[in-house]
Design a protein around this ligand. Sequence first.
Ligand code: 4NP
Length: 593
Amino acid sequence: MKPNFIVRVSQLASSRSYKDLVSIVESLVSLEKYSLLGLISGERLLVAGLREGALNAYAFDGSELTRLNREPINGVLQAPLGASRVILLRDVEKGREQHALFEVKVDEPLAEEMLEGLKPQRIMSGYDAGDRIVVTGSTMEYAALYSIEDGEARLVTRLPGFAFITDYREGLAVGIMAGEAGKFDLFLVDVDSGELRRKSGKEGSFISAVFSPGGDIIAAMESSRLELLKVDPSTLEADEAELPHGDLKEYQPLGLNWIGYTQDGELVVVARKHGRSRVFVDGKAIESLAGIHGRVVKWKGGYVASYTSLKTPPSVVKLPEGEVLIGSSGAGVVDESISESRFEWVESFDGSKVPTFILKSGKAGEPGPTVVLVHGGPFSEDSDSWDTFAASLAAAGFHVVMPNYRGSTGYGEEWRLKIVGDPCGGDLEDVVSAARYAVESGLASRLYIMGYSYGGYMTMCALTKKPDVFQAGVAGASVVDWEEMYGLSDAAFRNFIELLFAGRRELWRDRSPINFVRNIKVPLAIIHPQNDSRTPLKPVLRFMSKALELGKTFEAHIIPDAGHAINTVRDGIKILLPALVFLAEAEERAESE
Ligand code: 4NP
């Protein structure tokens, strides 16, 4: 079956039909997306796939994908190479991210069994060591690290909040956790004694850490560049890690996508700079593709990796050949709608340069209608990687501008930390600067704004604090009231909010869009998952009530039984379709005026 979503080039916005929008959304949301998770027994790859309408785990033997789980899942724990079982996470509360753990043996697919012991909660990370499972989890009361052995969960140590295990070896769990002033520290937990030790990076944040075959910790730290440190697990003393080859250093990477060892003891580093990544084995570059690579596994004498680009949905490729091993068919449709993608440094109000990705739509004129699409996080980034929202907007005839506003990752620690203590401040100025640049450079005729999560918050900030810049906005899973949200958040997200504001609660009022509804001048579409436990719906309902009283034009789409993470085709369509219909109508109205 060939999806027919391509709008004829001669068609203008005014002739965009609902039918076209439905087929754009349906075909792009349903594209299969894969990521490589590891190697399991029998020399098979373990792969997560958005396939068959939802997220599932698969074993891949070189020719066939065998689904491991009966019911859709929400995540998979890390495990050593060659494991014979897989621990799955499944949300058991309709999107509230209350995860239960399930075990499936790789040779007995479709027969997962729930593990008793830990009460369902937000599982942030975990590692299956076979004899025990270690996880970090968060409830409304507190966050902690647990060890699950013989059907019982033991609280090993409480944690301040946001904490992720990145590796485990012989009773020691290593990971990263939120530290002071927006930084992330390295932690080491002795799972038997419960002792928690942590180490801050002087000028940077720890991103990940793994045990080397020799028992040291190799930790990745992002400062003004990516640094690799060799850390002694008994003293936590660190030295620069020496690699046999110099290519990685020469590349001068700014960020890390993945670090780990192969079964042959080679250290693989997937390093990132300016929205693209390269793969290094023991410091030596291996040929890779233009775009973003994720986890790498050594398999059948070569390397395989997760890979994606703005035009390629997440897939699994062979390196250095670049051949797609597991990927979606039909992604070629994207070539028709994205006529050009480029990277620009856009000057902001204070002279800072905002790294920005720009997609030109093959379906729009120049200048043409343009959407500033704002990423979430805020500690994340737009890059040369697949974005269903961006691809759909381009297919629907909008140019797309994606600013990596201050707070974004991938451009050094200084840029990331500039948002700390100032959300809806300099970050919003950066977003507005990118919008103005789109007009001044001749790309944009009219400007719209759209985002999800922190990007939804930026949309709300823009419409309430910069009401003259955009013609309309789409706020997905947005934040509107920090005070109310804090009270509704679990321990992990309370910790995150504290980190983001650097404890400056006095700013909450001014940085909450709900207090500035009166300023809104243009139509707003609100799209929100009903059971979102990261950016709860409740404050948004109060926001709507205010907008109603004040006579503002808005529409609202609450996605029933859905949570913050979008990992079914159904939720993807229900979120994206109203956004495209709203923007197409707004553009049609503007055109006819
Ligand atoms: P995200 O969601 O943009 O998807 O990462 C967020 C959830 C919570 C907060 C920010 C973003 N927060 O500040 O609490």
